[in-house]
Design a protein around this ligand. Structure first.
Ligand code: FAD
Ligand code: SF4
Length: 487
């Protein structure tokens, strides 16, 4: 703890954003990183708690008090080493993590939490600027080969750890570029794709091989034009296979009119814009320009649809959420150190969007096969006395309609795509995810492991990194009988 009175002297300072009207004119990031002095002061607010709740609140268990102290002392190089010791990709989490560590910070009980995420962001950006982030190839190779299927944060973290342990790792990805949802889900304005490219160059220099445009599974399920690798061929060629294919099966809204043109899954819309930003030609791109857009679903994906629609020039954007509106502040005495349920507003909401809660869509109507309006009702939530569960009922006479030229379904993801798991003969859990525990991540299919959203269901980047790292340790132990990789 560098400055014993820091938490008494300094207030939390947040990262600043470019003004909405300016940032809406481009697709780039708009967050200004803390200056060295600001980061130093923010690091000084850390109390170096005897029990650092921030670390246990963080899924990768970042050693937060140590790097806070090192930043206070301006020893950025050591701070970077501590940060990298638990997290392969802090440039992703420093930008897009919701920061459960901050909810768990002791200062958050009666003050503002330490700005942990903004300090992480500052450390890793400085690391790259100074040229400190270098390839770490293994001192010797083991002769073992591992296939990783899916190149999101879980697959990449797993591949990097296994490559550094000396295994020959090949990452297979069905998309034309590596990165999973980091690449084609999360928009550029939240995470510029050059951050991924930089890491991929580092991993290639460490010996990891990437095979984009390659579908793993039965050939009949592959999209046209993709290379295909069968599960059998991978199992024959590799000593272990790790499945990190994400949870790609979106939740649908099967109401009358769903078949009308102009109603799309959020990911179809976001993927196309991300591809266009990456320089790909996208034919018949779904566009929000001059349209009345309705986004159904109030989470991260919905918020990304709001930001993307506004950048495309939507006439209006409305976002509906089925659940009731949450309070703006939590009762900390009840919730700390856990992640509190409270109203969350993103930078995309600040750019122009109407939001409404406790709304259920009943149907869509249109002309000539094209959607023109959405019919909805208000709902109220109540506790069922018999079961104790929350239930929903329609508010009588509350039906209303809104003009809708483009409807984006952002109601989450139900499960991984079953084909690929079936093709490997992997047992599923009750929710349709790959069944594997977090002790060894091994599935029912012998030397096949599973991690990330494919194993745990739709989640967060930081959880995917954790699972990728832990799974790598288990694979290493499986291959070598022992391991020195961290959990
Ligand atoms: C729009 C959106 C915004 C989000 N925003 C945030 C955010 O701000 N912060 C946050 O923490 N989390 C966010 N998330 C969640 C986060 O992106 C995911 O939890 C995380 O990416 C999961 O990582 P993963 O590696 O398990 O899978 P994914 O990132 O989904 O990667 C899986 C990859 O596997 C590939 N694949 C699947 N099957 C095959 C196959 N058979 N053969 C070859 N390749 C295959 C897919 O093409 C994909 O590239 C967001 C999610 C979405 C959809
Ligand atoms: S809980 Fe907060 S104050 Fe305590 S060590 Fe962690 S960041 Fe510092």
């Amino acid at each position: 703890m560098g400055k014993i009175t820091g938490f008494l002297e300094f207030q939390r300072v947040k990262e600043t954003y470019e003004a909405p009207l300016k940032r809406l004119k481009h697709w780039n990031e708009f967050v200004h990183t803390l200056s060295d002095d600001e980061a130093r002061q923010q690091g000084a607010r850390c109390m170096d708690c005897g029990i650092p709740f921030c670390s246990s609140g963080c899924p990768v268990n970042n050693i937060i008090p140590d790097w806070n102290d090192l930043v206070y002392r301006q020893d950025w190089r050591s701070a970077l080493d501590v940060l990298h010791s638990t997290n392969n990709f802090p440039e992703f989490t420093g930008r897009i993590c919701p920061a459960p560590c901050e909810a768990a910070c002791t200062l958050n009980i009666n003050n503002d939490a330490v700005g942990i995420k903004s300090i992480e962001h500052a450390i890793i950006d400085k690391g790259w600027q100074q040229g400190w982030v270098l390839p770490q190839p293994p001192a010797r190779k083991t002769g073992r080969k591992v296939a990783v299927v899916g190149s999101g944060p879980a697959g990449l973290a797993c591949a990097q750890q296994l490559g550094r342990a000396g295994h020959s790792v090949t990452v297979f990805e069905k998309s034309n570029r590596i990165g999973g949802l980091l690449r084609y889900g999360i928009p550029d304005f939240k995470l510029e794709k050059s951050h991924i490219d930089r890491r991929l160059a580092q991993m290639e220099a460490e010996g990891v091989e990437f095979c984009p445009s390659t579908y793993v599974g039965a050939a009949e399920h592959a999209e046209e034009g993709l290379n295909t690798r069968t599960p059998e061929s991978l199992q024959e060629e590799f000593d272990a296979v790790v499945l990190t294919g994400g949870a790609e099966n979106p939740r649908d809204l099967p109401v009358p009119g769903r078949e009308l043109r102009g109603i799309h899954y959020a990911m179809d819309f976001l993927r196309q814009q991300n591809k266009a930003n990456n320089g790909d030609r996208v034919s018949k791109q779904i566009s929000a320009k001059d349209k009345h857009v309705i986004v159904i679903g109030g989470g991260d994906t919905g918020s990304d649809c709001v930001g993307t629609s506004n950048r495309q020039g939507a006439a209006s954007v409305m976002q509906f959420e089925l659940m009731s509106k949450l309070p703006e502040t939590e009762d900390k005495a009840l919730t700390w150190p856990y992640w509190p349920a409270k109203l969350r507003s993103s930078s995309s909401h600040a750019e122009g969007c109407e939001r409404d809660w406790a709304v259920a869509t009943k149907s869509f109507e249109g002309k000539n096969g094209k959607v023109e309006k959405l019919i909805a009702v208000r709902v109220e939530w109540f506790k069922d006395k018999a079961t104790g569960q929350m239930k929903m009922r329609e508010v009588e006479g509350s039906q209303f309609e809104l003009p809708a030229d483009l409807v984006l379904l952002a109601m989450g993801f139900v499960s991984p795509v079953k084909n690929v798991l079936d093709a490997f003969g992997v047992d599923l859990d009750a929710r349709g995810n790959a069944r594997a525990n977090t002790d060894d991540y091994i599935t029912s299919a012998g030397k096949v492991f599973a991690a990330g959203d494919m194993r745990r269901g739709q989640s967060l980047v930081v959880w995917a990194i954790r699972e990728g790292r832990q799974c790598a340790r288990s694979v290493d132990e499986f291959l070598m009988g022992t391991t020195t990789l961290p959990r």
